[in-house]
Design a protein around this ligand. Sequence first.
Ligand SMILES: C[C@](O)(CO)[C@H](O)COP(=O)(O)OP(=O)(O)OC[C@H]1O[C@@H](n2ccc(N)nc2=O)[C@H](O)[C@@H]1O
Ligand SMILES: Nc1ncnc2c1ncn2[C@@H]1O[C@H](COP(=O)(O)OP(=O)(O)OP(=O)(O)O)[C@@H](O)[C@H]1O
Length: 285
Amino acid sequence: MQTLTLPAPAKLNLFLHITGRRADGYHLLQTLFVFLDFADEITLSVRSDGEICRPQGAEDVPVDADLTVRAARLLQQATGVRLGVDIHVLKRIPMGGGLGGGSSDAATVLHGLNYLWQCDLSNDELAALGLCLGADVPVFVQGHAAWAEGVGEQLTPVDLPESWYVVIHPQVHVPTAELFSASDLTRNCPAITLATFHGGAGINVFQAVVEKRYPEVAKAISWLSGYSHARLTGSGSCLFGSVSSRQEGEIILQNLPVEWFGFVAKGVTISPLQQKLVTLPTLYN
Ligand SMILES: C[C@](O)(CO)[C@H](O)COP(=O)(O)OP(=O)(O)OC[C@H]1O[C@@H](n2ccc(N)nc2=O)[C@H](O)[C@@H]1O
Ligand SMILES: Nc1ncnc2c1ncn2[C@@H]1O[C@H](COP(=O)(O)OP(=O)(O)OP(=O)(O)O)[C@@H](O)[C@H]1O
């Protein structure tokens, strides 16, 4: 039985603007994605009977709704492969926190099964499949920090300097769809460039909306602002601030109120998944 264990890293949106809306209601974004060296862990074991099972995963995510299972089914349908898989998901990334955990899990399953099932799809083909599962999946498939436009699928790879972040989860679940439909969300940001972002431009348009609706998140942002420039990632509820080293981040976390969860992570240009994939040996029939 072929078994493979791969990371499914978290992401941060270093800024997030909404520039318009598509006819189908989806929002047009500008954002900058960076990966973290903080990840879920997914173990895939090939089954010869074609079944797709999830013996281990997030307790509150039903098997049929799990993005890992949906990703496996999608790849099976798209390629006609007759093999199946047991999917073990070890969750570390807080769910519904704007860290993209579910999307990342899906991207890791697409890559892992593309390898184990020997489907031989390209990164672009996997990213196109991934987009059917969620707007954040393509960047995790491509595995390179990126400037993103469209709904997040038009990606331009960007090399970012290595950096450290304190990430706080205020233990509040913020549903992405609800935030995107908020009437007070700013949807007409003027387009900016990477150069203007590096010059200091760029906010997260969800931040004001989330702070108003979720006082605990506002409290956490105010707390972290005492140490660093605190910003929301995605549609929240996680927030992050950049720090100069892991040690500086750990010192800040010593004062973290007990009701919140926090961790320090390195921001990386090449995703931990991509780093692992290039070390895998070629499989022969
Ligand atoms: C906020 C971000 O995390 C930023 O990276 C993403 O834009 C959200 O990506 P995601 O979680 O993969 O979102 P999806 O699962 O594709 O969409 C969830 C819901 O959010 C809304 N949605 C999402 C993305 C987008 N560009 N416009 C939207 O209006 C839609 O109502 C959709 O039904
Ligand atoms: N494998 C999975 N891991 C986490 N959530 C999953 C998974 N499969 C399905 N979901 C569902 O997706 C929802 C959003 O999860 P996720 O952790 O990706 O949110 P998020 O970090 O806010 O994502 P984003 O930043 O892409 O909006 C969860 O509340 C859960 O119901």
